[in-house]
Unconditional design. Structure first.
Lengths: 359, 151, 368
């Protein structure tokens, strides 16, 4: 049942996203067989991306567990598979077997849907990441002019699932988790968008691939170091990982929005969070570090290296920092990040006017 | 100057003072003025024929200790007006020994569940009697004598 | 939600209540309007239990009061019984007791430091603290044969002598511990997030501390320089050099610094005891085991000791039989915990965990 719903949402996303190509094909009078074939290819591509994102999540969770264990004088997973690599698979099987407990007072539909609202956009977001040089091999599943906007839209939808789950649980701790999630998202979303706009100003395009090609000589991290810092902090905040894990905040709100969740629904939240981590690492790499641009190695390798660096930094902050308080978090978002991002937008507008052709 | 009834000391040399139970509040406030600013604990002892309340005082200035005792038949003036910390100690003494404190703002059981019958530190407390604590619908603990009640 | 105040139950099942504390919190948004602690979920009535057997038998219940610092609890009971019966204790036994108690204070403070980090959202210091505590527990295992509840102090001495291997372990530990402590302290104390979350949070003024009868590190963080080890020395604390750390801020950060410094001083005490440990018997032969059950006493005694949480004392009243007439336990956490309403009013939910963990409550001792 869960899996069915999940696949349905994937297919729904595909149809929605191929709509543009779809209409183009029909209007230009291509034969029916061609666009059916195109649709099949697209579905396969999407499923590949789904597999890719799942593999990424599995790798990240494994690395996270091992790395955290190493930092804390532990061994970490070491029983299932060689060096414990299959631990997550075993965990997923265990979670699927578990009883799915839904509180009697909960809003059942919203409660059931919430984990997928977190998870589905994260997976769909991978469709829009340019995994390699498009002119050589089309590794970007969907390539149209507004990819970066859709990427941001997906990343905005994901935390809504946390809010819905928290409100639907009918639990005071969940309610507080949801409220914190809402406050935190608003606090970080605005600076994130504004610093993204300054990148769009410099690149002159909404297309993720063109943003990458615009960084052929100088990655945007150099002219926009301020915007990068704002964006990166906002990304940590959007993922709700320590030090900004307020929606969950294990020691204060029991488990925040996911207090009442158990079994595979909790597991989907968990994997959704790590998927979000991977997605945001890739987005930062694409927007500020030049994505697949790089010498010698093929573009995909470069993107994965750059993404891995950011994932490593995310994990490092997770391991080493404590949790901030809600007022400190909102102060950071509204009092520091927002003005800095606006300042950065002005700077990049100036750069775009003076050196227009260079970037 | 409040009169003291008698004076002795513990085996390790802490002064013990007996005060009449009517004088306990003025006596302790006088001692607080003298510098015994910390109330370490309040305890009750059941001597079968009478109850005693003990106040352990400590002075933070000259580091001296004093134990004030009073004989009672079950009711003493509360000293919560002098020390806020007396609140819990008096509730505990009421809970376990069954000494009632007059003018206490919230004299309820603290360690045992509300509705418990008897005061366990009394010497005549029936040890064989079983009481069961259950969770009521409003989230508070209740006491019952039937094991299966509430299940 | 007509009136904006929401009532939330923190506990008794909650990850940061250090056991079974329940706090009824009234919240206006994120701000705490009122907080009332509810205790008693771990109540065994140790006082009554200890009044039901002989004097040595009470030890097993006293052990289980503050189960992370069981030796400190045992010391309070043993000293009270000994002063009630005028038992002479050999010098070596007293020194051993002192060393064990200081080691256990370290173990208790390490647990506090780890769980405090956990409450502030840091997982990593927890493991470092438990790694260090594990070494202390291994020393205890070597000396007493147990890891958590020792029943090691006996009336008239200690149960077994310290082996040379244990001496080596302790010496090695004293050399290693301070750099490790610096490392753990730097994880928390040098983190801007930690410091900004704890400074000015959960403040207890000097007057509050006196009014609530708060003792121990919490009291010393609020500017009252009082330590039973210095003020009325028991054992041989008057022959040892150590400082009593004091701060005046009275907030969570001050308590953190006081406890860290206390750990340094404890290590210093252990180092001095290792040099001074005299030879001799480890228990008074007059009080060998068959003798113990026939111990009788009259009169009363109250012996205060400095446990990791504050002033721990046992008031013993004997009626001439071999069973204590009244065993009254002064538990420091009980008094410290009663200051929660003052500590929390007006702060935020996140400060609740910080403030509660800075009390370091252990519920075996609060509920008895």
């Amino acid at each position: 049942m869960n899996l069915f719903f999940f696949l349905m949402s994937i297919l729904y996303g595909i149809v929605k996203f191929l709509h543009i190509n779809f209409t183009t094909f029909v209007l230009n009078g291509y034969p029916v067989g061609l666009w059916v074939a195109y649709l099949i290819v697209a579905v396969v591509e999407v499923l590949l991306v789904f597999a890719l994102s799942m593999v990424t999540v599995i790798i990240i969770i494994y690395v996270f567990r091992k790395y955290m264990a190493d930092a804390q004088n532990r061994i970490g997973p070491n029983r299932v598979g060689p060096w414990g690599t299959l631990q997550l698979i075993a965990d997923v099987f265990k979670l699927i077997q578990k009883q799915d407990i839904i509180p009697t007072t909960a809003d059942r539909t919203a409660y059931k849907v919430a984990p997928y609202i977190v998870f589905t956009p994260v997976v769909l977001g991978f469709i829009l990441i340019p995994f390699g040089n498009v002119s050589i091999l089309n590794l970007m599943v969907v390539n149209f002019n507004y990819t970066i906007l859709f990427l941001v839209a997906f990343m905005t939808v994901a935390p809504v699932g946390e809010i819905i789950g928290g409100l639907a649980s009918h639990n005071k701790f969940s309610l507080y988790g949801a409220l914190r999630s809402a406050a935190q998202d608003m606090g970080f979303e605005v600076p994130m968008l504004i610093s993204l706009i300054s990148v769009i100003v410099l690149a002159g395009s909404y297309n993720a691939n063109e943003i990458v090609t615009a960084q052929k000589y100088i990655p945007f991290i150099i002219p926009e170091i301020l915007g990068f810092l704002v964006f990166f902090l906002a990304m940590i905040g959007r993922q709700s990982i320590p030090p900004f894990d307020l929606p969950e905040s294990g020691s204060e709100l029991v488990s925040g929005f996911s207090t009442e969740y158990s079994g595979m629904r909790y597991g989907i939240f968990y994997m959704g969070n790590f998927g979000f981590m991977a997605l945001s690492a890739f987005v930062v790499a694409v927007v500020y570090l030049g994505g697949w641009e790089g010498p010698i190695f093929p573009g995909t390798v470069w993107l994965i290296i750059k993404g891995a660096v950011f994932i490593f930094i995310f994990l490092l902050t997770w391991i080493s920092l404590g949790r901030v308080r809600i007022d400190q978090l909102l102060q950071l978002g509204w009092k520091y990040l927002l003005p800095l991002s606006i300042l950065n937008l002005l700077i990049s507008a100036g750069i775009a006017i003076y050196f227009g052709g260079v970037f | 100057m409040i009169p003291i009834e008698s004076e002795s000391s513990t085996k390790n040399g802490i002064k013990v003072v007996y005060v009449a139970k009517e004088n306990i509040l003025p006596f302790l406030s006088e001692k607080k003025q003298e510098g015994y600013d910390t109330l370490l604990m309040i305890s009750g002892v059941d001597y079968r024929d009478h109850l005693e309340v003990l106040y352990h005082l400590l002075s933070s200035t000259n580091n001296s200790r004093l134990i004030v005792k009073t004989k009672t038949d079950g009711e003493v003036d509360s000293v919560t007006s002098l020390w806020k910390g007396a609140d819990w100690h008096e509730r505990e003494t009421w809970d376990l020994v069954g000494i009632r404190f007059k003018n206490h703002p919230n004299l309820k059981r603290i360690l045992l569940a509300e509705g418990w019958v008897g005061h366990p530190l009394r010497k005549d407390y029936p040890m064989a009697k079983k009481q069961y604590v259950n969770l009521a619908d409003n989230g508070e603990d209740t006491v019952s004598f039937d094991k299966m009640e509430g299940y | 939600m007509e009136d904006k105040v929401i009532e939330v139950n923190f506990g008794p099942q909650h990850p940061s209540t250090h056991g079974v504390l329940r706090i009824k919190v009234k919240l206006d948004g994120e701000i705490i309007v009122d907080a009332q602690p509810v205790i008693g979920y771990l109540h065994r009535n140790a006082e009554k239990l200890a009044e039901m057997g002989g004097y040595p038998k009470g030890m097993i219940y006293i052990d289980r009061l503050d189960y992370v610092a069981a030796l400190n609890m045992e010391l309070g009971y043993v000293l009270a019984v000994e002063s009630l019966m005028d038992v002479q204790v050999p010098e070596r036994a007293q020194w051993i007791r002192m060393m064990m108690v200081e080691l256990n204070r370290e173990a208790s403070h390490l647990i506090w430091l780890g769980t405090h980090g956990l409450d502030m959202g840091m997982l990593t210091p927890f493991f470092y603290c438990f790694r260090e505590r594990e070494r202390i527990l291994r020393i205890f295992d070597e000396i007493t044969g147990s890891r958590l509840l020792y029943n090691y102090f006996a009336i008239g001495g200690v149960y077994s002598d310290i082996t040379p291997k244990a001496m080596d372990m302790i010496r090695e530990w004293t050399e290693d511990f301070i750099p490790k402590l610096e490392e753990i302290q730097s994880i928390l104390g040098k983190s801007y997030i930690y410091v900004s979350r704890t400074k000015g949070v959960g403040v207890l003024t000097r007057e509050d501390v006196l009014s609530y009868g708060v003792t121990g590190p919490m009291q010393r963080a609020s500017g009252i320089n009082r330590d039973v080890r210095k003020d009325s020395p028991y054992l041989y604390y008057d022959k040892i050099n150590f400082d009593v750390p004091t701060r005046t801020e009275g907030d969570v950060y001050a308590r953190f610094l006081v406890r860290i410094e206390e750990m340094r001083q404890s290590a210093r005490i252990v180092r001095q005891i290792l040099d001074k440990l005299p030879a001799g018997d480890h228990y008074n032969k007059k009080y060998s085991k068959p003798m113990l059950v026939r111990l009788k006493a009259t009169g009363e005694a109250y012996v205060p000791t400095e446990s990791p949480k504050g002033e721990f004392g046992i008031h013993l009243i004997g009626d001439g039989s071999s069973i204590p007439y009244r065993v009254r336990i002064r538990s420091p956490s009980f008094a410290n915990l009663s200051s929660i309403p003052t500590m929390l009013k007006g702060y935020k939910i996140a400060d609740l965990t910080a403030a509660v963990s800075s009390i370091d409550p252990v519920f075996g001792e609060v509920d008895r």
